[in-house]
Design a protein around this ligand. Structure first.
Ligand SMILES: Nc1ncnc2c1ncn2[C@@H]1O[C@H](COP(=O)(O)OP(=O)(O)O)[C@@H](O)[C@H]1O
Ligand SMILES: [Mg+2]
Length: 394
């Protein structure tokens, strides 16, 4: 296509050409590309079952306790908002209480009737600080890496990637939970569960605050199932306070039980997807290797930036995954070149090629890794799993 044949040589990345909307799209795409190397996380992946230690402390360190986006960093007293009151003092509490006791001892000597430092702190405040310090110590230390699979375009292999990558993680010994946040329930179906017959689903978690553990079904991996009524969840949640954080909160209750949580999202950027991006620390974007699929990336980047600014500063794109690749077509090869020119090393090196097994496996209610374990289709996702694990530890 004209779009593809007019791409720039590698040495000269992106120059905006007159009023061509496609060129502008590409320029905007590049503008939004976060630099993977600038990421602050140094994220070691959650370790396999046998060695969750290092990963979990990392995850706990970066995630829920340390950086509530709504909180003001230095203002535990401005605590009219629940979030900042809960989160901020917990780390500082130990620091705040210990020095006050030291001061108490130093001041103890003279006995000149002067007030001791500890007397200056209201007893209720002191209790509060001590309780917070104790609570901080009791927090479970291991927390799952949460990966959302998002692209508002349908049919780009979000569900296929969520399931097969999750199973590849599980094969490597990791504890994995899949979350089916798409009302179509394709992920649920791919594990042989009929979403029409499910009694308790994510709808109950998101709308009625049912504990997530109650709707988890064990199959190849654990799966938090969708039901058909999930389609009504966005409207039912719309008046809820903290509606964007409902999934994040629900996941916290089980996060210590898993190394990876993989969230499949619907083909839209509505409240369900926003819940997924708010709960996630990584986003994998499956992209079909053609122009129209890539165009949607600009919109997704905009949404993600909005989430980073308002709800979840820690979320970042883990990678863009070229899917359904047919290496025989020039169009697909050129589409990949354009992706790499615009998104650099944000594009995974792994490629998911077209294979009929991806359509066959869900009919049998299984992943491709189980359906035909030795197939090259299964190995595409094993390779991707290695790459994600390696990224996490670099
Ligand atoms: N690599 C692939 N090769 C061939 N077909 C694929 C591949 N990946 C996915 N599919 C098929 O494409 C369709 C859409 O995939 P799906 O994962 O449901 O996309 P999404 O969740 O983005 O809508 C499904 O029928 C799936 O079996
Ligand atoms: Mg899907």
């Amino acid at each position: 296509m004209g779009f593809l044949s007019r791409r720039k040589p590698k040495a000269a990345p992106v120059a905006i050409d007159e009023n061509n909307p496609i060129e502008e799209d590409l320029a905007r795409m590049e503008e939004f590309v976060p630099d993977r190397h600038d990421d602050d996380d140094g994220a070691a992946p959650a370790g396999p079952v046998a060695d969750t230690g290092p990963s979990s402390s990392q995850a706990a360190g970066e995630d829920p306790e340390s950086a509530p986006p709504a909180g003001e960093p230095d203002s535990p007293d401005e605590s009219s908002e629940e979030v900042s009151l809960e989160m901020e003092p917990s780390e500082g509490a130990a620091v705040a209480t210990e020095p006050s006791e030291e001061v108490l001892e130093d001041d103890d000597e003279p006995g000149d009737g002067r007030m001791k430092a500890v007397d200056l702190i209201a007893p209720t405040r002191l209790d509060f600080l001590n309780e917070k310090a104790a609570a901080a110590e009791e927090q479970p230390t291991d927390t799952a890496q949460v990966i959302a699979f998002a692209n508002q375009k349908g049919g780009v292999a979000k569900t296929t990637t969520t399931l097969n990558l999750a199973v590849a993680f599980a094969e490597s010994g990791y504890r994995v939970l899949c979350v089916d946040l798409d009302p179509q329930g394709n992920l649920t179906m791919s594990q042989g569960i009929d979403p029409d017959k499910v009694e308790k689903s994510l709808y109950d978690v998101l709308v009625n605050d049912m504990p997530l553990a109650e709707i988890i079904v064990k199959r190849e991996i654990d799966i938090a199932v969708a039901s058909i009524d999930l389609a009504g969840a966005e409207i039912a949640m719309s008046t809820k306070i903290g509606r964007e954080r409902t999934l994040e909160k629900a996941l916290k209750e089980v996060a210590g039980d898993y190394d990876y949580v993989c969230i499949d999202t619907p083909p839209s950027l509505g409240l369900l997807t926003i819940n997924a991006l708010t709960a996630a620390n990584k986003v994998i974007v499956p992209v079909q290797c053609e122009y129209l699929s890539m165009r949607g990336l600009v919109q997704l980047q905009n949404t993600l930036r909005m989430i980073q600014e308002n709800l979840n500063p820690n979320v970042r794109i883990e990678g863009i995954l070229p899917t359904m690749l047919d290496t025989r077509t020039i169009h697909a090869k050129e589409a990949i070149e354009i992706l790499e020119e615009n998104f650099g090393d944000l594009v995974f090196r792994s490629r998911i090629r077209k294979a009929i097994k991806f359509a066959e496996a869900p009919v049998k209610g299984s992943s491709v890794l189980k359906y035909d374990s030795d197939s090259s289709a299964a190995n595409y996702y094993r390779e991707l799993a290695k790459e994600v694990l390696a990224n996490g530890s670099s």
